[in-house]
Design a protein around this ligand. Structure first.
Ligand code: AMP
Ligand code: GLY
Length: 432
C-alpha cells in the first residue's frame, strides 16, 4: 500500500468541492488536482473537462496520479473507468456496465424487477409499442410519471395530472422531446410519500452506508415551481430511522449488490439510492452511480473518519477493513442560486460577504470561479452551498440561512425553508 497518494478529482460543482475538502483533509493525500474545479481551494485546478478522456490519460501519466475520483455521472456513463483500466491508477466509480443503473432507466427498472427490489410498477415504451403504452396509461390512476430512458440533465422526468396530458407527453417524448434520451420512455406508477437519499460506498462485495440525507429539488419554497439541480439538503433525516434503514439495507442495498455480482457487473464506487418512503416502506425511485448534489455537502462534513481510507477500500476491495465514523451532529446546506435559475440567468457577478460569514460555516463553491483579479464570481446557476453543523437540525438550519443572508451577489436567491419539513415531521413523530 502506498502511503502518499496523488489524487485527481473530476468535476466542478458543490459536490466536488465537498469531496475535495474531505480528501484534502486526509494525511494520505499528498496532492489533489481538480479538473476543472471551481473557486474552492482544497486542491489545484487543472483546466480540462471530466469527459475529455484523452487529456485525463495524459495527465495521469505525467503527474503520477494514483487515484481518480469521478464526481459526475457523464464520464462514468461514457466509460471512463473502462478507459483507465489498463493504467496503474485506482478509479472510484463503476465501469460502463454498472453506470447503466443511472444511464438507462429501462435497465435500472429491469434490474430491480429481476432482483425483487421494491420500486414503482412500470412499463417500457418505444415508438413501436406506443399503443400498448397508451393502454398502460389508461389502466393507471393519475398522476402519471413518464421518464426518459437516457440521461437528460436531470430534466427527463415528467409528472402529469391527467390522462390527456400524459398521452400527449408520451408522444412528444418518443418524438424527441429530450432528444435520443427519450427514444425509450419508462411509464411508472406514482408513489406518494417522503423522499430521501441513501449513499452506499462499495468495493463490489463489502459496503458502507453513508449518512442519510434529504434534498430540496424545487426552486420555490414549499416545494413549488420547476425542478432544479437541488436547492439545499439536510442530514440526518428523522423518518429514515433505524427501522427504516434496516429495511433499506436488507431489501435494497444487499439485493442490489448481490444482483450486480450475479450479473457479472463489477462495481467500485458509490451507489445513490433515491428512495420514497411510503407508509414506512422504502421504494427505489432511481439509482445514481455517483454521490448526490447538494447531498454531498451535508454527507461529507458528517464523516469524521479518514475519507481517503474509504476510497482506498473501495478501489482495493478492502472496504470491510476500513472504519467509517459519523458525527451525531446535524448538517444543513443552503444553496445560493443565480436570479432566473433554473431558467436563463446571468454570470460573472462578484460574490461579496464571504469574509463576514462565521468561520465554522463551510463554503462550498458550486458555480463560482476566481477571475484574473482573484475575485470570486458567479459562473453557473447554482453558485454556492453554505453548510452549517450543529447539535440539532433546527440550529444548523438557522445558521446556514444566516450565512445565506450574509453572502451576496446581484440576483441572489435561496430557499428560506430548507429543513423546515423535516423539523415538522420530527415534531409530528414526537407528538404521536
Ligand atoms: P428523477 O429524475 O428520477 O430523480 O425524478 C425526479 C423527481 O420526480 C424525483 O425526485 C421525484 O420527486 C419524482 N418522481 C420520480 N419518480 C416518481 C414516482 N414513481 N412517483 C412519484 N414521484 C416520482
Ligand atoms: N440531488 C440529486 C442528485 O444529485 O441527483
Amino acid at each position: 500500500m502506498k502511503e502518499n497518494l496523488n489524487i485527481l478529482l473530476l468535476g466542478s460543482g458543490g459536490r466536488e468541492a465537498a469531496l475535495a475538502r474531505s480528501i484534502a483533509a486526509s494525511p494520505r493525500c499528498t496532492k489533489l488536482f481538480c479538473a476543472p474545479g471551481n473557486a474552492a481551494n482544497w486542491g489545484q485546478n487543472v483546466p480540462f473537462n471530466p469527459t475529455d478522456f484523452g487529456k485525463i490519460e495524459l495527465f495521469i501519466t505525467a503527474n503520477d496520479i494514483d487515484m481518480v475520483v469521478v464526481g459526475p455521472e457523464l464520464p462514468l456513463v461514457n466509460g471512463i473507468a473502462d478507459r483507465l483500466a489498463d493504467l496503474p491508477v485506482k478509479v472510484i466509480g463503476p465501469g460502463k456496465e454498472g453506470a447503466r443503473l443511472e444511464g438507462s432507466k429501462e435497465f435500472a427498472k429491469e434490474f430491480m424487477f429481476r432482483n425483487l427490489i421494491p420500486t414503482a410498477r412500470f412499463m417500457t415504451v418505444t415508438g413501436e409499442t406506443l399503443d400498448e403504452g397508451i393502454s398502460f396509461l389508461e389502466s393507471m390512476e393519475p398522476p402519471y410519471v413518464l421518464k426518459a430512458d437516457g440521461l437528460a440533465a436531470g430534466k427527463g422526468v415528467l409528472i402529469l395530472g391527467n390522462l390527456d396530458e400524459a398521452r400527449t407527453a408520451l408522444r412528444d417524448m418518443l418524438e424527441g422531446l429530450f432528444g435520443d434520451a427519450s427514444n425509450t420512455v419508462v411509464i411508472e406508477q406514482y408513489l406518494s410519500g417522503r423522499e430521501c437519499s441513501v449513499f452506499v460506498a462499495t468495493d463490489g462485495e463489502d459496503y458502507k452506508i453513508l449518512p442519510v440525507a434529504k434534498d430540496y429539488k424545487r426552486i420555490g419554497e414549499g416545494d413549488t415551481g420547476p425542478n432544479t439541480g437541488g436547492m439545499g439538503a439536510v442530514s440526518p433525516v428523522c423518518f429514515a430511522d433505524a427501522d427504516f434503514m434496516e429495511k433499506v439495507e436488507k431489501r435494497i442495498v444487499e439485493p442490489t449488490l448481490r444482483g450486480l455480482q450475479q450479473e457479472g457487473i463489477p462495481y467500485k464506487g458509490f451507489i445513490f439510492l433515491g428512495l420514497m418512503e411510503v407508509a414506512g416502506e422504502p421504494y427505489v425511485i432511481e439509482y445514481n452511480v455517483r454521490m448526490g448534489d447538494p447531498e454531498t455537502e451535508v454527507v461529507m462534513p458528517r464523516i469524521s473518519s479518514d475519507f481517503v481510507e474509504i476510497l482506498e477500500g473501495i478501489a482495493d476491495s478492502t472496504l470491510g477493513l476500513k472504519k467509517l465514523t459519523v458525527t451525531p451532529e446535524a448538517a444543513v446546506t443552503v444553496m445560493l442560486v443565480s436570479g432566473g435559475y433554473p431558467g436563463a440567468y446571468q454570470k460573472g457577478k462578484v460574490i461579496t460577504g464571504l469574509d463576514k460569514v462565521a468561520p465554522d460555516i463551510i463554503k462550498f463553491p458550486a458555480g463560482a470561479v476566481r477571475d484574473a483579479e482573484g475575485n470570486v464570481i458567479t459562473s453557473g446557476g447554482r453558485v454556492m452551498a453554505l453548510t452549517a453543523m450543529a447539535p440539532t437540525i433546527e440550529e444548523a438550519a438557522r445558521r446556514a440561512k444566516e450565512a445565506a443572508a450574509t453572502v451576496d451577489f446581484d440576483g441572489k436567491y435561496y430557499r428560506r425553508d430548507i429543513a423546515d419539513d423535516v423539523l415538522r415531521f420530527a415534531a409530528e413523530q414526537e407528538g404521536k
